[in-house]
Write a new protein. Structure first.
Length: 111
Protein backbone atom coordinates (compact mmCIF):
# COMPACT_ATOMS: atom_id res chain seq x y z
CA UNK A 1 0.00 0.00 0.00
CA UNK A 2 1.59 3.26 -1.15
CA UNK A 3 1.60 6.23 1.19
CA UNK A 4 -0.11 9.32 -0.06
CA UNK A 5 1.88 12.51 0.01
CA UNK A 6 0.30 15.06 2.30
CA UNK A 7 -1.41 17.78 0.35
CA UNK A 8 0.64 20.91 0.16
CA UNK A 9 -1.05 23.68 2.10
CA UNK A 10 -0.57 27.22 0.95
CA UNK A 11 1.54 28.59 3.81
CA UNK A 12 1.81 31.99 2.15
CA UNK A 13 -1.78 32.86 3.03
CA UNK A 14 -1.45 31.50 6.57
CA UNK A 15 1.73 33.41 7.47
CA UNK A 16 1.14 36.88 8.88
CA UNK A 17 2.97 39.69 7.14
CA UNK A 18 5.23 41.35 9.72
CA UNK A 19 5.75 44.60 7.87
CA UNK A 20 3.83 47.88 7.88
CA UNK A 21 4.70 50.32 5.09
CA UNK A 22 4.66 54.01 5.96
CA UNK A 23 3.22 56.97 4.08
CA UNK A 24 2.23 56.25 0.49
CA UNK A 25 4.18 52.99 0.26
CA UNK A 26 2.70 49.62 -0.66
CA UNK A 27 3.99 46.03 -0.25
CA UNK A 28 3.23 43.83 -3.27
CA UNK A 29 3.90 40.14 -3.77
CA UNK A 30 4.97 39.72 -7.38
CA UNK A 31 3.24 36.97 -9.37
CA UNK A 32 5.47 34.06 -10.32
CA UNK A 33 7.10 34.10 -13.75
CA UNK A 34 6.04 31.78 -16.53
CA UNK A 35 8.17 28.64 -16.46
CA UNK A 36 6.99 27.15 -19.76
CA UNK A 37 6.24 29.00 -22.99
CA UNK A 38 3.01 28.42 -24.90
CA UNK A 39 5.05 26.25 -27.28
CA UNK A 40 6.13 24.01 -24.38
CA UNK A 41 9.72 25.24 -23.99
CA UNK A 42 10.91 25.22 -20.37
CA UNK A 43 12.57 28.51 -19.46
CA UNK A 44 15.63 28.70 -17.19
CA UNK A 45 15.57 31.29 -14.38
CA UNK A 46 17.86 33.62 -16.33
CA UNK A 47 15.44 33.81 -19.27
CA UNK A 48 12.30 34.54 -17.25
CA UNK A 49 10.86 38.03 -17.31
CA UNK A 50 9.78 39.34 -13.95
CA UNK A 51 6.03 39.90 -14.12
CA UNK A 52 4.89 43.45 -13.47
CA UNK A 53 1.77 42.15 -11.72
CA UNK A 54 1.09 41.22 -8.15
CA UNK A 55 -1.15 41.30 -5.11
CA UNK A 56 -1.12 44.09 -2.54
CA UNK A 57 -0.28 42.67 0.89
CA UNK A 58 0.02 45.85 2.99
CA UNK A 59 -0.51 49.58 2.53
CA UNK A 60 0.66 52.67 4.37
CA UNK A 61 -1.63 55.24 5.95
CA UNK A 62 -1.57 57.56 2.92
CA UNK A 63 0.29 60.45 1.34
CA UNK A 64 0.96 63.42 3.61
CA UNK A 65 0.12 66.79 2.05
CA UNK A 66 1.95 70.03 2.84
CA UNK A 67 -1.00 71.27 4.90
CA UNK A 68 -0.73 68.22 7.19
CA UNK A 69 -3.74 66.33 5.83
CA UNK A 70 -3.35 62.73 4.76
CA UNK A 71 -4.78 61.42 1.46
CA UNK A 72 -5.76 57.74 1.70
CA UNK A 73 -4.34 55.35 -0.90
CA UNK A 74 -6.43 54.22 -3.88
CA UNK A 75 -5.29 50.60 -3.55
CA UNK A 76 -6.09 48.24 -0.72
CA UNK A 77 -4.94 44.91 0.65
CA UNK A 78 -5.91 42.09 -1.71
CA UNK A 79 -6.00 44.20 -4.88
CA UNK A 80 -4.28 42.69 -7.93
CA UNK A 81 -2.23 45.44 -9.54
CA UNK A 82 -0.03 46.19 -12.55
CA UNK A 83 3.10 48.23 -11.84
CA UNK A 84 6.08 49.52 -13.77
CA UNK A 85 8.70 46.81 -14.24
CA UNK A 86 11.45 48.71 -12.42
CA UNK A 87 9.23 49.92 -9.58
CA UNK A 88 10.25 49.80 -5.95
CA UNK A 89 12.76 47.74 -4.03
CA UNK A 90 12.65 43.96 -3.95
CA UNK A 91 13.27 42.12 -0.69
CA UNK A 92 12.67 38.71 0.81
CA UNK A 93 10.56 38.14 3.93
CA UNK A 94 10.64 34.50 4.95
CA UNK A 95 10.20 32.59 1.70
CA UNK A 96 8.24 35.37 -0.02
CA UNK A 97 9.65 37.70 -2.69
CA UNK A 98 8.11 41.11 -2.08
CA UNK A 99 8.34 44.56 -3.63
CA UNK A 100 8.07 47.78 -1.61
CA UNK A 101 6.97 50.66 -3.85
CA UNK A 102 5.22 53.98 -3.81
CA UNK A 103 1.58 54.09 -4.83
CA UNK A 104 2.51 56.24 -7.84
CA UNK A 105 4.44 53.26 -9.30
CA UNK A 106 1.16 51.29 -9.56
CA UNK A 107 -0.34 51.74 -13.01
CA UNK A 108 -3.69 49.94 -12.68
CA UNK A 109 -5.87 47.71 -10.51
CA UNK A 110 -6.94 44.47 -12.21
CA UNK A 111 -10.66 43.73 -11.85
Amino acid sequence: MAKKKPEKSDKKDAEPLNIQPIGDRVVVERESAEEVTTGGIVLPDTAKDKPARGTVLAVGEGRLLKNGNRVPLQVGVGDRVVFSSYAGDEFKLGDRQLVLMREEDILAILT
